[in-house]
Design a protein around this ligand. Structure first.
Ligand SMILES: [Zn+2]
Length: 373
């Protein structure tokens, strides 16, 4: 077994909801069942840190819609998912945090990521400008409290008034402070990392570009070993060369492949809503109807896997780390998920030789049964 959790011999033993130690071939192990995935890639279930919805439903919707979005991504191998909100009125976010925290308590979500409203109007992307606000620690605190222990990450423009105090507050509460939708300089970003920020929200997107005299947030986030960088590997958000540059510089242990998916993921083209804003999806690319800004993705993590291996030519074990082990460690749940070690949840993905998804298991139950002989 590799440290990142791929199983080269294609065999794994499942005992109830968990992975059991591999028995010598042919040994009966009571209720445990041995899965023989010879001819497939057997990798840990994917962990998505940043995801707004899928299957025509969003994490800003009703409990039923949230469940639909969760199920859509499970069908694409994401067995652990953090629900991301978008900028809205504070009372709307507080209410949604209550709803999402219930689903997290039931084990359907791995927590909540608040993206906005504490972001920069200069780099707002697909967030409503009129609803943006400075990261006042009192407001940040309101969202943490509303999430009842299920807040996992807040994306904020740390250069705004209250930004560094908010980063410290988040760090004190064990919530990830993520630098993103930011207009910060290199120096301001270094300060944010010193204050406790540990994630770059979709590195490159919604931040100043890397300049040779003004290296901006990208250089600061890439160079610091305490930071994990999110990358959206859909071929639209990042040129493959930019993705490769980040991957090589940060190293395979500091990258998390996220989807940043919106409602159209797993469905297709059409008109959708992202929070309060209207989005047109055409040829798989989501853009705001007004202004044309890229508005999330239609990516699923199985496609991110396939692209990373076949187009970006990254090593399978590095891709597995970026899709499973690294985000699990960041969330502090790597004792349960993120690799295929005995004792962990039986969350598995089976891919064929072309890296097409063939099977998904979550906590010992097939979401997609690969019909192994
Ligand atoms: Zn997002």
């Amino acid at each position: 077994m590799l440290p990142t959790g791929t199983v080269p011999d294609g065999r794994v033993t499942i005992d109830g909801t968990r992975i059991a130690p591999n028995a010598p071939h042919g040994t009966p192990r009571g209720a445990a069942t041995e899965l023989d995935a010879t001819g497939h890639w057997l990798v840990p279930g994917f962990v998505d840190l940043h995801n707004h919805g899928g299957g025509g439903a969003s994490f800003s919707g009703t409990a039923e819609e949230v469940r639909k979005a969760i199920h859509t991504h499970r069908l694409h191998g994401t067995t652990t998912l953090v629900a991301s909100t978008v900028t809205d009125e504070m009372d709307v976010l507080v209410r949604q945090a209550g709803l999402l925290s219930e689903l997290a308590e039931q084990g359907d979500l791995a927590g909540i990521h608040f993206e906005g409203p504490f972001i920069s109007p200069c780099r707002k992307g697909a967030h409503s400008e009129g609803l943006l606000r400075h990261p006042d620690p009192a407001d940040v605190r309101k969202l943490i409290d509303a999430a009842r222990g299920q807040a996992r990450m807040v994306t904020l423009a740390t250069e705004l008034p209250g930004g560094l105090d908010s980063v410290r507050l988040l760090a004190e509460h064990g919530v990830i402070a993520a630098v993103g939708h930011t207009d910060a300089t290199y120096e301001q970003t270094v300060q944010a990392i010193e204050a406790g920020a540990t994630v770059a929200t979709h590195l490159f997107n919604a931040m100043p570009p890397l300049g040779h005299r003004a290296p901006g947030p990208i250089a600061a986030l890439l160079e610091d070993e305490r930071v994990t960088v999110e990358l959206i590997n859909d071929g639209t958000h990042l040129h493959p060369a930019a993705l490769e540059l980040a991957f090589r510089h940060a190293g395979p242990g500091r990258v998390a492949f996220i989807t940043d998916a919106m409602d159209a993921a797993g469905i297709g083209d059409g008109r959708y809503l992202l929070g309060p804003l209207e989005v047109e999806v055409s040829e798989g690319v989501a853009r705001l109807v007004e202004g044309g800004s890229i508005a999330g993705s239609t990516l699923t993590q199985d496609r991110a896997f396939q692209r990373a291996v076949t187009i970006d030519r990254l090593a399978v074990e590095d891709v597995v780390a970026a899709l499973s082990a690294n985000p699990a460690r960041l969330l502090g749940i790597d004792d349960r998920v993120g690799s295929l070690e005995p004792g962990k949840d039986a969350d598995l993905v089976l891919l064929d030789e072309n890296f097409e998804l063939k099977g998904v298991m979550r906590k010992g139950d097939w979401v997609i049964d690969p019909q192994l002989a």
